[in-house]
Design a protein around this ligand. Structure first.
Ligand code: T3D
Length: 257
């Protein structure tokens, strides 16, 4: 029984909602444990084709719950025990992930979104790396993902200044996939998730694995990797039926297999 996360499935989309709205979904050890379990549950469920991460109430996530930080605690140990399983689960799932940033995302709350494949932000949401403002370094995967997403100069600027940025700035910096009018936000997230769920899910997993290998690899490594993954992709039902559909001048219908 989860107390700080809700998990709902609709039309092959698993929506995981951070559920401590009275504290803008600030992160506790309980919430982080439940979050890692929920991502794993969606990952293991063959009927799920997309994972959406969002927040209950007016915020996405205000980062670590600062009211639960114990004096003298070792932040490194805390990261290792509670944050890193979540970041690994998000970064390694073969299913496409969407961070639906429905309101403020600060500190480790913003870090969670960086480990997702897509970030859809409400146009009135504010984003902040914020760690520097409480004398901490960015964590929960942000030092890895942020420079790769927006380049090292902008990433360093956000980390060192800790300023709050608007959804429009986040879009301009290529930090988010899209910024959506508040009135259409939920509908837009649902239709984006539905679109992804109609794509060839197994092949999406292969694409993600290939892309994640590229940052640490040489050209020769990647040429070898693409042989492996294209061979697998070519054997999927989705590839075979899509080619057949093309020949018959029909639209492909992907089963995800
Ligand atoms: O061990 C480790 O490794 C620690 C890891 C740390 C990683 C981090 O995440 S560091 C960054 C931590 N987060 C922050 O510094 C952000 C703190 N919050 C804020 O600056 C503001 O709340 C926001 C800018 C996010 C939103 O402002 P606003 O005006 O919209 O809302 P509010 O009134 O400040 O907050 C609403 C309630 O949520 C309020 O509760 P109250 O006073 O009405 O009972 C507030 O205290 C609570 N809240 C917001 N953020 C946190 C929080 N409670 C605990 N921890 C929070 N991070």
């Amino acid at each position: 029984m989860k107390t700080e996360i809700t998990y709902a499935v609709e039309e092959q989309v698993a929506t995981i909602t951070l559920s401590r709205p009275e504290r803008l979904n600030a992160l506790t050890s309980t919430l982080l444990t439940e979050l890692a379990e929920s991502i794993e549950e969606a990952n293991q469920d063959n009927t799920i084709r997309v994972i959406v991460l969002t927040g209950a109430g007016r915020g996405f996530c205000a980062g670590q719950d600062l009211k639960t930080v114990q004096p003298g605690m070792d932040h490194g140990d805390y990261l290792k025990q509670y944050y890193h399983p979540v970041i690994r689960a998000l970064a390694t799932t073969k299913k496409p992930t969407i961070a639906a940033i429905n309101g403020v995302a600060a500190g480790a709350g913003l870090s969670l979104t960086l480990a997702c494949d897509f970030r859809i932000v409400r146009d009135d949401a504010k984003l902040s790396l914020g760690f520097i403002n409480i004398g901490l370094v960015p964590d929960a995967g942000a030092p890895y993902f942020l420079p790769r997403l927006i380049g090292s100069a902008k990433a360093l600027e956000l980390a060192l200044l800790g300023e709050t940025i608007t959804a429009q700035q986040a879009y301009d910096y290529h930090l988010v996939t899209k910024s959506v009018d508040a009135g259409q936000y939920e509908q837009e997230v649902a239709s984006f998730a539905k679109l992804l769920a109609s794509r060839p899910t197994k092949v999406i997993g292969y694409i993600k694995q290939l892309q994640s290998a590229s940052s640490e690899s040489t050209l020769e490594d990647m040429l070898a990797q693409e042989i492996i993954y294209q061979s697998r992709a070519g054997k999927t039902e989705d590839h075979q039926q899509a080619v057949q559909a093309f020949l018959e001048k029909k639209a492909p219908v992907f089963s995800g297999r």
